[in-house]
Design a protein around this ligand. Structure first.
Ligand SMILES: O=C(O)c1ccccc1N[C@@H]1O[C@H](COP(=O)(O)O)[C@@H](O)[C@H]1O
Length: 241
């Protein structure tokens, strides 16, 4: 059985690595230099980095140059998200050398464009399904964007390669992942799913690992690493077993 991939997160706001609670603007805790954080996860053995431009996601500017610097400094695979909503932002994101991009708002607001870039770029495109209950949220998770399962069916039909599923109610809370949501999503798609939101312990990661046969491919880990609930080395060991 393949092991669960771990994607430590570096979310960037106003030039700093931050964590939010429920993705709410203003709830930031700052953790300093994004480059230092990313290099630390790489040194600890990460194979992936989940790198987010939060200002671009919220529409409060962007950290494009810094994001490009961080992505360019990585020897590991980078998943890049936040504010990738048109040809120019997609081109800039792919030019960083990232392995894939994660589209959120665009999948809700400009579905024709998303279908086009899925057809053009294949598995370089993932879609972030950021949900409250079963309602998708876009524009920094501030606006409703339709039903999770209807959107998922449409994206599946368009050939979307992968989904990053975030339970907003869990994100940044250290309350544990929404395993039911992950199972429900895996039950209706054959595409790999990356779990996001709520991881608080090594047991949470072990519980997500048990969903690998159902289609969960990876887990994003943010707050738990920054809060030192466990180290990345411990996490990688926990999912290797
Ligand atoms: O990761 C967060 O904490 C987060 C909080 C609020 C908004 C977005 C957040 N993260 C990432 O941003 C993309 C969506 O960006 P966009 O809608 O495409 O501009 C989302 O998939 C998360 O990866």
């Amino acid at each position: 059985m393949p092991k669960l991939e771990l994607l430590p997160a570096v979310d960037v706001r106003d030039g700093q690595a931050v964590r939010l609670v429920h993705g709410e603007s203003g709830s930031e805790t700052s953790y300093g230099s994004p480059l230092e954080a990313a290099l630390a996860w790489q040194s600890a053995g990460a194979e992936w980095l989940h790198l987010v431009d939060l200002d671009a996601a919220f529409g409060t500017g962007d950290n494009r140059a810094l994001i490009a610097e961080v992505a360019g400094a990585m020897d590991i695979k980078v998943e890049l998200s936040g504010g990738i909503r048109d040809d120019a932002s997609l081109e800039a994101a792919l030019a960083t050398g990232c392995r894939r991009v994660n589209l959120g708002t665009a999948a809700l607001e400009t579905p024709e464009w998303v279908a086009k870039v899925i057809a053009e770029h294949g598995d370089k495109i993932a879609v972030g399904l950021d949900v409250r209950g079963t309602t998708l949220r876009g524009r920094g998770w501030t606006r409703d964007g339709g039903d999770l399962y209807e959107t998922l069916a449409r994206l599946d039909a368009e050939g979307c390669a992968r989904y990053v599923v975030t339970d907003i109610a869990k994100d940044g809370t250290l309350e544990g992942p929404n395993l039911g949501l992950l199972r429900d999503v895996c039950a209706v798609t054959d595409r790999p799913v990356v779990a996001s939101g709520g991881v608080s312990s090594l047991d949470d990661l072990r519980a997500i690992s048990l969903l690998v046969p159902e289609g969960v491919e990876g887990a994003i880990v943010g707050k738990a690493l920054y809060a030192k609930a466990f180290t990345l080395e411990e996490a990688l060991k926990a999912v290797a077993a």
